[in-house]
Design a protein around this ligand. Structure first.
Ligand code: PNS
Length: 163
């Protein structure tokens, strides 16, 4: 039986931290379905389509990865994909409380759905999409944090395109 896991998130935008979790997930599961949250009430810098396009671009050499979007409850999305495992990255203790609440609530909603936490490589433990957006918005370099295509998209958003 093929083992499929769902990797959900906002991915606004995808970072090297996310990619690290994707690669780790692929060592455990046969297929990984990335679920990009589409929630018009949640303000994002990039549209759902833009976030998906960036993820597709940076995972194009990973045939076991599928990029899709979802709205509504995560557990319903997991069920429609015939999966029962959710992957989440856990960076520091500060992530833990929110992640535990989500994992346990998701389990209440769908008893057979489990959440597996993967820790990113050390250099990515302090990395987040929000902090990368702030760095680029203020004219800083994000080369170490996001793939070049993503950095370019960030620069375009903040109208900092190189001459
Ligand atoms: O990258 P993020 O923003 O930390 O991801 C959060 C995400 C998308 C996993 C979470 O907000 C989510 O699952 N939203 C869907 C709505 C839902 O199911 N909420 C109940 C979870 S307990």
């Amino acid at each position: 039986m093929i083992k499929i896991a769902i990797y959900p998130g906002s991915f606004d935008p995808v970072t090297y931290g996310h990619l690290d979790i994707i690669k780790r997930g692929l060592q455990i599961f046969d297929q990984l379905t990335i679920g990009v949250l589409h929630n018009p009430n949640k303000k994002t810098l990039f549209s759902t389509e833009e976030r998906m396009a960036m993820l597709k671009e940076v995972t194009k050499d990973m045939p076991a990865v599928t990029v899709t979007s979802f709205d509504g409850l995560l557990v319903n999305f997991v069920r429609t994909r015939q999966a029962n495992v959710i992957i989440r990255g856990l960076r520091a203790v500060s992530d833990f409380e929110y992640e535990m609440q989500m994992a346990l609530m998701n389990r209440k909603l769908a008893e057979n759905v489990d959440t597996i936490f993967l820790m990113p490589a050390e250099p990515y433990t302090y990395l987040s999409s929000s902090i990368v957006k702030e760095i680029v918005a203020e004219g800083g370099q994000a080369t170490k944090f996001v793939p070049p295509q993503v950095e370019e998209k960030l620069r375009q958003k903040f109208s900092l395109t190189k001459e």
